[in-house]
Design a protein around this ligand. Structure first.
Ligand code: MLT
Ligand code: ZN
Length: 947
């Protein structure tokens, strides 16, 4: 899943401003942060005295494979008052090679005792030490080595430990929220966990690698105050009093073998609701949703959606849901969109809570998508798991693809056309990243926690999903399903590698070698552009070449790879549908496509199922066909043509005029479909920002969207029952219209916004229609420059209890046209324990940077105070890593490139953002080149073609 809802590119250009108050404030914050950090550090470094620290020289990030954990007995006590936790774990393990020492993961934990028992229950005296660099605990027997174990023999190590729960949102951490259901609001503390990929070691010492699957007996100590509950992966077995008067101990049933990152703990006073799941293959079971008190009514949509989706998956995989229960919980502070903890999926509130008053159609689709993604993981990811993170795409790409199958149960009833939306939700964004040298192959080595978390990126999720979609298109859905079912069945409760998956595909198909075909997509980065040359009325010549968005970047490539692919070719012509796949092979100099009957045109890559783009020697034929109102080209074909031609224009492969000319079909044929318009609005928004708010482009676009604006006109809301896609379309069109300064849109938005603003602070809020509310708030706030009005909206944001509404306001606050207010917002966002959640910090920084007036405020702060930022957000946070390319993506001058370079030199520790930094640099280099090459030509065409 994408990690949080991002708005479309509200990005702008830069103006230099450095505000003294920022500096003073930053100093203040950094001083506090430093003091807090020192305290934490002291606690963290409290290792057992008088034990030798192993020299890092003989340690490494990977654990030895000869010590194999089989079972964990784990007791954890999150102390909600102190916001610290204590715990005790006994790990049973086997040894396959005599060992001098036991190495397991432990990080940010203080270890109080360690005892080791031999397979014959003899106590073995040990010394132990922690190593922060490798995040390990090393336990060394004082005499002799540990012998190998026979079958059914186990050593047992018991470790007592403690740690902090504040200032973080990974590992075991505390989270706070306001309970509004009593006589007066009160703040409640809960404790929750998030371990994927390398944070279980921050909650208990463990063998924190996905291949080390073991069973768990988990017990949690919770407050005994009636409302608190304790939850984990498995159902509760028993609850006993103690260990103190005010505490209870909840013991859970033993889990099946699972990876450490899937363990989960929750102690909270949440309310719940449940449904029974019809288990087509076994006993029915209960699905329970846990929500913060006061929010419980907002879980209905999610619960019903989850029920439909999980029942679908049981039938689709034809494998029973593996655990006896399934819970979902919304956590007030959550670092990602959600995590697939087995049996208890935890979500950020905006990914689970939805009601029709505050949640838009887009929010609703997002909630359903996240649920569908996480529930797919119950099989793909949890029942079978990648052996090592280099294959994380097997978890994430698969879940990101299967998620669409799960969503189809809702999409079919409600007309979401979810399959079409794949193009704009998953495919196109990754085609952009993957057209850079800075991209990487789907399978990629990773060793350190920073490298590992960085792999949870668009390549694993979106490209992974896209190449699986392509594979299903050429093996066929029935074969695909069978292979998946057999694959999961065979490896259940075990770990897998990429080759295993394709092996199972190969067993089901005849005539092609899936392993060979797919290795060209999995083991090398990038993708091809297929060039189509018409030879005659029935034959076309196809060739392939790696597609690079910046032709100059080829020189920077250091990777040795043929950059040739097995390209599945499908086509449609004016008289034929070529659904049968033909192959353009890596070794083919060219491929001659015979389309049978004489045709006027050919369009390659049906529904853009192949992970490639297409260039035609005669775009005019395609453009003519697009302008034919009777055209047989479907919405996905049209979206694809728009996408491909602009990419080819961007990469200077075809003249930009061709792309602009193609776009005129949108008005000529009165296009009304959401997916093609979505491609167009995203493309034009980027173009407008790169061209620095070109007036010519503004005129062109305003004219182009004239008819579609009337079609979606917000004045008509309520006249007819709009469908889901109409709501999504309206929002997209209005955003573009308002950005272009189209007067109808701005007038409407302004009237709605002032009605809302005037109602703030009165007994009854008057809110705009929920599906365009974000647009109204955003463009309404753009007109605000005075602190009084901004503060009114800010106060509402702080008070707001609904997560979807809060998210809309959070973005709108960054739209103001006052630099002072933007600075103020940035400063508030970084207050430690301030009103804004840590999970939202990077998002807000990006929102401010997307405002043309805010970019330099953010950029100056980031490049001068990176140290302060990394005290708020750990450099291991992947969202922080992504922040650099996100905020600098519109820079297009040599001066900005140099600033970026200096920033990297000044702060060389990139954490999980190392690859993202390289990407950021490449993007700016490309923007510079793009401006030199395209700007004048575009302006010329616009002048000639705009009335
Ligand atoms: C996912 O569901 O894809 C991931 O678990 C996201 C995460 O929490 O890291
Ligand atoms: Zn996932």
């Amino acid at each position: 899943m994408g990690f949080f809802d991002t708005a479309i590119g509200w990005v702008g250009q830069n103006k230099a401003v450095t505000v003294l108050s920022v500096l003073l404030f930053a100093f203040f914050i950094s001083t506090i942060a430093l003091a807090v950090q020192k305290n934490n550090l002291a606690a963290e470094l409290k290792t057992c005295e008088s034990t030798p620290t192993p020299t890092p020289g003989n340690l490494q990030h990977r654990l030895p494979s000869s010590i194999i954990p089989t079972h964990y007995e784990l007791l954890l006590h999150p102390d909600l008052g102190e916001q610290k936790f204590t715990g005790k774990v006994t790990i049973s393990f086997r040894i396959t090679e005599a060992a001098q020492r036991i190495i397991l993961n432990s990080y940010k934990l203080a270890i109080t005792t360690v005892t080791l028992q031999s397979p014959t229950s003899q106590a073995i005296e040990t010394a132990h030490a922690l190593n922060e660099t490798y995040q390990v605990l090393v336990i060394t027997p004082k005499s002799g080595q540990l012998a190998t174990t026979a079958d059914n023999q186990f050593y047992k190590v018991t470790i007592e430990f403690n740690g902090e729960m504040t200032g973080k949102n990974v590992g075991l951490y505390s989270s706070k929220y306001m309970r509004l259901d009593g006589a007066s609001p009160r703040e409640v503390t809960i404790s929750s966990s998030k371990f994927q990929p390398t944070y279980a070691r921050q909650a208990f010492p463990c063998f924190d690698e996905p291949e080390f699957k073991a069973t768990y007996n988990i017990s949690l100590i919770r407050p005994n105050d009636g409302e608190y509950i304790a939850l984990s992966n498995m159902p509760e077995e028993e609850t006993t009093d103690g260990p103190a008067n005010n505490l209870k101990t909840v013991k859970f049933e033993e889990s099946p073998p699972m990876s450490t990152y899937l363990a989960v703990f929750l102690v909270a006073d949440f309310k719940h609701d449940d449904v029974e799941i019809e288990n087509a293959l076994g006993e029915n079971f209960k699905m329970t949703m846990y929500l913060p008190a006061g929010q419980q009514d907002k879980g209905k949509f999610a619960l019903n959606a989850a029920k439909d989706i999980i029942e679908y998956y049981i039938k689709y995989f034809n494998i029973k849901y593996p655990l006896p229960k399934l819970d979902m919980a919304a956590i007030p502070d959550y670092v990602s969109g959600a995590t697939e903890h087995w049996g208890l999926v935890t979500f950020r509130e905006t990914s689970l809570l939805w009601d029709e008053k505050e949640g838009s159609a887009r929010n609703r689709q997002r909630v359903a998508s996240v649920i569908s993604h996480e529930l797919a993981h119950m099989w793909f990811g949890n029942l079978i798991t990648c052996k090592w993170w280099n294959d994380v795409w097997l978890n994430e790409g698969f879940a990101s693809y299967i998620e669409y199958k799960g969503l189809s149960v809702i999409s079919e009833n409600e007309g979401w056309q979810i399959d079409e939306q794949f193009l704009i939700e998953d495919l196109h964004s990754v085609l952009e990243l993957d057209s850079k040298v800075a991209s990487h192959a789907i399978t990629q080595d990773a060793t350190t926690p920073d490298e590992i978390t960085a792999l949870f990126d668009a390549i694993a999720y979106n490209k992974g999903a896209s190449v699986i979609r392509m594979m299903e298109s050429f093996v066929g859905p029935a074969v695909f399903q069978k292979a998946v079912e057999k694959f999961i069945n065979n490896f259940q409760f075990k770990s897998v590698e990429t080759a295993d998956f394709f092996h199972y595909m190969d067993q089901e198909v005849t005539g092609i070698n899936v392993t060979e075909i797919m290795s060209t997509w999995i083991h090398q980065k990038g993708y091809p552009v297929v060039t189509v040359k018409k030879l005659s009325a029935t034959t076309y010549e196809l060739t392939q070449e790696r597609f690079l968005i910046n032709p100059d970047s080829k020189a920077q490539e250091t990777e040795q790879s043929p950059f040739r692919w097995h390209v599945p070719i499908t086509y449609v012509t004016d008289v034929a549908n070529g659904d049968k796949v033909e192959w353009l092979k890596p070794t083919d100099e060219k491929h001659t496509l015979n389309v049978g009957a004489a045709s006027k045109w050919v369009k390659i890559n049906n529904k853009q199922e192949g992970y490639y783009i297409v260039n035609y020697d005669n775009w005019d034929e395609i453009i003519t066909e697009l302008n034919n109102v009777e055209s047989k080209l479907g919405p996905m074909d049209r979206a694809q043509l728009l996408h491909d031609v602009f990419k080819l224009g961007d990469s200077m492969t075809v003249p930009y005029n061709t792309a602009l000319k193609l776009s005129t079909y949108l008005k000529e044929t009165n296009e009304t479909e959401y997916v093609p318009w979505s491609v167009a609005t995203n493309t034009f928004t980027s173009l407008y920002l790169l061209l620095d708010h070109s007036l010519e482009l503004q005129t062109y676009i305003t004219n182009l969207i004239e008819l579609i604006y009337d079609y979606v006109d917000p004045q008509k809301i309520g006249e007819a029952d709009d469908g889901h896609l109409m709501k999504l379309l309206r929002e997209k069109i209005m955003n573009l219209a308002c950005r272009m300064g189209q007067s109808k849109c701005l007038r409407y938005v302004s009237a709605e916004f002032y009605t809302y603003l005037d109602s703030l602070g009165t007994a009854e809020l008057v809110k705009p229609d929920v599906d365009i509310r974000q647009t109204v708030y955003y463009y309404g706030m753009k007109g605000i420059t005075n602190a009084v009005d901004w503060d009114k909206v800010y106060d509402q944001f702080i008070k707001e209890n609904d997560p979807q509404e809060r998210a809309k306001l959070m973005e709108a606050l960054a739209a103001t046209s006052s630099k002072q207010l933007l600075t103020k917002y940035m400063n508030i966002a970084q207050q430690k324990d301030g009103p804004i959640k840590q999970q939202d910090y990077v998002t807000i920084m990006q929102y401010i940077a997307y405002n043309p007036l805010g970019i330099d405020i953010v950029w100056d702060y980031v490049r001068n105070h990176w140290d302060n930022i990394t005290q708020i957000i750990d450099v291991n946070d992947r969202t922080l890593g992504r922040m650099i390319p996100n905020i600098t993506k519109r820079f297009s001058t040599a001066a900005k490139l140099q600033e970026l370079q200096l920033f990297f030199e000044r702060f060389p520790i990139a954490g999980a953002g190392a690859a993202a930094r390289i990407e950021a640099r490449e993007t700016i280099e490309y923007n510079i080149k793009w401006m030199e090459h395209n700007k004048a030509a575009i302006e010329k065409w616009l002048q000639e073609n705009t009335v």
